[in-house]
Write a protein that binds this ligand. Sequence first.
Ligand code: ADP
Ligand code: MG
Length: 139
Amino acid sequence: MAEERGVELECTLADGDRLVVAGDQDELLRVAENLVENAVKYGRTGGRVDVRAERVQTASGDEVVLSVRDYGPGIAAGHLPRLTERFYRVDVAESRDKGGTGLGLAIVKHIVNRHRGRLAVESRPGEGATFRVAVPALD
Ligand SMILES: Nc1ncnc2c1ncn2[C@@H]1O[C@H](COP(=O)(O)OP(=O)(O)O)[C@@H](O)[C@H]1O
Ligand SMILES: [Mg+2]
């Protein structure tokens, strides 16, 4: 999909980090798929997408963090809190045009919650968006 749209996909696994979590492999794969698909679809104009997995220490234990960053148009602050609502789309026509249903991020959030994780979105219009999923790490 990235290739078709002329988007360069860069994947980095933090060197030496143990990136193992307890969970449902298919569901976690769907999380990654949804986020990368969105980054490629909506951030296409940025020309590249960075996917990174790393282990991060927090006060409540280690987490494995997957971040998906694009360099597209980004998302205005007012939309961020609502992105994970079912059927919520910033631009309905664009989403429909690109074959979207507005369910992807709702599913991501549901799966992440089931894994006792967190989903965070950061974006500044014009500078792309970063979606970050953190799930408790296994030792
Ligand atoms: N990386 C992104 N850059 C800009 N907008 C995004 C990005 N990811 C998601 N969005 C916005 O969030 C909406 C909801 O995403 P999602 O739930 O995956 O639905 P869908 O992709 O089916 O439209 C999208 O319609 C789009 O407007
Ligand atoms: Mg989607």
